[in-house]
Design a binder for this molecule. Structure first.
Ligand SMILES: O=C(O)CCC(=O)C(=O)O
Length: 278
């Protein structure tokens, strides 16, 4: 086994677990090369709404031009096997990548959110492998609310309003508005159970994408964070229709729209477009 019972319990109960020294130098270098290509070649889902604001972050998602490269790369990494163990799933598929680049020491925290507000996903067998290429202190790392993958599904954040990170994505009332977690924490540091870890290159944070999570700010001490997120799913992963109110996200979410249109509420999440790894 690549994981301990303690790590499997942590993923299941808390929604996240950090596994240290998960990738070797070669694997890490290959991931970083792919990340750098991604940054230099933005795809159709590159996110520019934070450009010029205090939250400026280069975010890109599921770039079709680099799909083949990641589909091959993930066959050489231990991540699928680790998720197989964390979930207890017989099979594992690779979904796609997302990249986050914070530079210049002045980008504020990425809004708290659940990926399942933006993407049509349900079920326990989903996972993000959060891979960061710099050493990051705890205060600048990804933060996750313990156990929130099993809690309320909130509306998403538009990620477009630096003054209100809870500005709703669907705003039709299907899901409650996101709580203002930073405001709550400023008033009472114990109001939310926040998990985060310092990371060094090679460590991988495995999180369930329904967990409430947000990337902490960078600062003078930690000016750069380059993060590659690789997403996977397993046997008990299902399609869940998103609200229809926001045209960009209506029913299927923005990614793999044609494939997603073939799925109905509650269907097993399966499509030949996703590489099977186990
Ligand atoms: O790294 C970040 O700032 C955010 C990561 C994230 O949202 C994700 O892994 O889905």
């Amino acid at each position: 086994m690549l994981t301990t019972q303690e790590q499997r319990d942590a993923f299941s109960n808390d929604g996240a677990v950090l596994i240290r020294n998960c990738l070797d130098e070669t694997q890490l270098a290959q991931c970083y090369e792919a990340f750098k290509w991604n940054v230099a070649n933005p795809g159709p889902y590159v996110f520019r709404k934070l450009d010029g604001t205090k939250l400026q972050t280069h975010i890109d998602n599921a770039n079709p031009a680099v799909k083949g490269r990641y589909d091959d790369l993930v066959t050489t990494l231990p991540l699928a096997r680790i998720f197989q163990e964390l979930w207890g799933s017989e099979h594992v598929w690779y979904f796609a990548e997302e990249i986050f680049a914070k530079e210049g020491g002045s980008s504020g925290r990425g809004p708290w959110h659940q990926d399942t507000a933006n993407l049509p996903w349900a079920g326990p067998h989903w996972g993000n492998a959060w891979i960061t290429f710099q050493s990051i202190p705890k205060k600048n790392s990804l933060e996750i609310i313990r156990g929130s993958h099993r809690g309320i599904q909130y509306d998403g954040s538009t990620f477009a309003n630096p003054d209100d990170p809870t500005e709703p994505l669907h705003r039709d009332g299907t899901y409650p508005r996101l709580p203002h977690i930073d405001k709550d924490l400023a008033e009472d540091p114990n109001s939310w159970d926040v998990m985060s870890w310092p990371v060094t290159p090679g460590d991988v944070l495995f999180l369930h994408p329904r967990s409430l999570h947000g990337g902490a700010a960078v600062d003078a001490e930690c000016p750069t964070r380059h993060t590659l997120v690789l997403r996977f799913f397993g046997d008990d992963a299902r399609f869940r229709c998103l609200p229809e109110s926001n045209p960009r996200y209506a029913r299927t979410g923005p990614l793999f729209k044609e494939e997603m249109a073939k799925l109905n509420e509650g269907d097993l999440f399966r499509s030949p477009v996703f590489r099977q790894l186990a």
